[in-house]
Design a protein around this ligand. Sequence first.
Ligand code: SAM
Length: 359
Amino acid sequence: MTDPPTLDMDRLKEFVEHVYGFLEGGVVSGMIYLGDRLGLYQALRDAGPVTSEQLAQRTGLHERWVREWLRCQAGAKLVAYLGDGRFALSVEAGLVLAEENSPAFAAGGFHSLPQQFAVLERLPEAFKTGRGLPYDAFGPEGAVGIERFLAPWFRTFLVPLVLPALDGVVPKLERGAQVADVGCGAGVALLEMARAYPRSAFHGYDISVHALERAAANQAAAGVSNVTFHDARHDPLPADGRFDLVTSFDCIHDMTHPDAVMRAVRQALKADGTWVIADINAKPTFEENLERNPVVAMMYGMSVLSCMSSALSEPGGAGLGTLGFSEPLAREMTAAAGFTRFRRHHFDNPVNAYYEVRP
Ligand SMILES: C[S@@+](CC[C@H](N)C(=O)[O-])C[C@H]1O[C@@H](n2cnc3c(N)ncnc32)[C@H](O)[C@@H]1O
């Protein structure tokens, strides 16, 4: 017989602090959302050291609210407090919180926080029925949030780094190729490629009405004409081997039936075509993810909020989830769909693994 566990008061205190740390993180996340939405970070970056009065004046906001927000930011060490009521954003914080085009920009990840937390009201039902919510449950702002979260890396690295690393793809794009992005979301990656390769034709496929609306708006703003977006539910990928290149960024693990999509991609690709899959750099087992992923709790939490939920949003959904599509599974599933070549690339992306898959 082992002794029953005893209550250790120090451990209890530590654990209470640990738990409140998550509440603090949640609340500060909400404040980052407000700073991003109200343009406070940009104003701070542009102004240099300021008082709350000066920042309120620059942004046209009420000083008392700005002061409380600044004090929270200083407490969270996001904004530096310089004394005498003056606050400043460091160069690094400016890149992460205020510079939308920096590859380090992270404030976009907070864009749809209200919509993500709002679905918490609907998730108890999902736990009971097993049925999740598609991406459209987050509304139009959900699509913008994903776009702002993922776009910085695509804008900086997709065309100069990823495409040239693929076997024979850039010469085809230069000459004029047929390209599809499956799970294209708001179309940022596709528009980047379309701008770089005007002789090629680009097709985006998604099932989210909000993402496709956003994609159409982004296309109009970019003034790019060699892109067509398709609602994959009514206008699926053609099964006639016409594409030279298919891309899928951060979406296989979200799909209800990734195996069927893989077979469709195989049929849509030319015999010498290429499929690039970027997906979360997940380890094959929960134990490895737990040990080696520094943001493992955030990943599994995002899975419940959106990725796994989306992947279970139809009957019989695979439910892979955020950390559910590891390299061994990617190899196994693509082989089962009829692909014979599989190569992993290392692009120093902090989140994604890149796979070059060929018939
Ligand atoms: C996390 S988002 C990524 C969007 C985009 N690739 C990006 O990087 O911004 C996942 C996308 O996959 C889409 N999706 C899920 N299942 C799909 C399917 N069967 N066919 C096409 N798109 C799908 C969702 O609607 C959502 O827009």
